[in-house]
Write a protein that binds this ligand. Structure first.
Ligand code: 0L1
Ligand code: MG
Length: 258
């Protein structure tokens, strides 16, 4: 199969809410990380052709636990599109997903372009207008979230939906590594953490992203909203769930599952 055909295969799985066997099992057993990003680019192009626009990139596998689990040194990225944004406080339908999970994150809203190489967290903070809380809903197209690193990169890093919190803050007004975060479902705490769970500081995640994009001759752009990676683990969603994340200084972000 060509990269475009593989991209269509994964996009069809997303649109039909149908899980598929990971593409490295049978279709492309020797898929490299570089080739996987090329398949992801084809998915991005197909979504753009369908009339959707990019909100910004997202970083994934930014926690020590997920990196160890996947045996990787570098995080991965994917793209969030406008039709993936769910209004804060609203209800999503379980029928629109395969097997969704939710994780609490901090999002960065860029005021200036950021172009690698050698970008530091401090440079990211200087280029950031605002930060806000977010709940990312990931929904791997692969059976049982069973994938290798190239598989998940090709699958747009499991991107599905995102809910942004309503409160925006200037990044210098908070110690983002110390932002305590509690993820609850139906009033029961499911996981908790601090901003430092994301590569030591969420700004480091954006810096890593800028440096990774530079290798492809790309940059982060002013106005983009960037998901920096899960502060909490990802928790499975079920019908009737009422999900709340509280992030210290960034307020609450909620949604329900119907
Ligand atoms: O946003 C994320 O960290 C997800 C990256 C892909 C890994 C997964 O689906 O668990
Ligand atoms: Mg995430």
């Amino acid at each position: 199969m060509t990269n475009k055909e593989l991209a269509k295969f994964l996009l069809d799985a997303e649109l039909q809410r149908k899980e598929v066997v990971k593409i490295t099992s049978d279709k492309v057993p020797n898929l490299t990380v570089e080739e996987a990003y090329t398949i992801q680019e084809e998915i991005v192009n197909l979504k753009l052709e369908q009339g959707h626009s990019i909100v910004g990139p997202k970083m994934g596998l930014t926690s020590r636990a997920k990196m160890k689990q996947m045996n990787v040194e570098e995080a991965i990225y994917g793209y969030i599109f406008d039709n993936m944004v769910v209004q804060e406080g609203s209800e999503i339908s379980l029928a629109d997903f395969i097997h969704p999970k939710v994780e609490a994150e901090i999002a960065f809203i860029l005021g200036k372009d950021i172009e690698g190489p050698g970008i530091s967290g401090a440079q990211v903070l200087a280029a950031t207008d605002y930060v806000c809380s977010a709940l990312e809903i990931i929904d791997s197209r692969y059976e049982n979230f069973n994938f290798t690193l190239p598989d998940v990169i090709a699958d747009n890093a499991s991107s599905s939906k995102v809910v942004f919190g309503n409160k925006i803050r200037r990044p210098e007004d908070l110690d983002l590594d110390l932002v305590g975060t509690v993820l609850s479902i139906n009033g029961e705490i499911k996981d908790l953490g601090a901003g430092a769970a994301v590569l030591g500081h969420p700004a480091n995640s954006v810096a890593m992203l800028a440096n990774m994009l530079h290798r492809k001759g790309e940059k982060l752009k002013a106005g983009q909203v960037i998901l920096t990676g899960g502060i909490t683990g990802a928790v499975h969603l079920s019908y009737g769930d009422h999900v709340t994340a509280k992030l210290d200084g960034l307020g609450e972000v909620t949604f329900s599952v119907g």
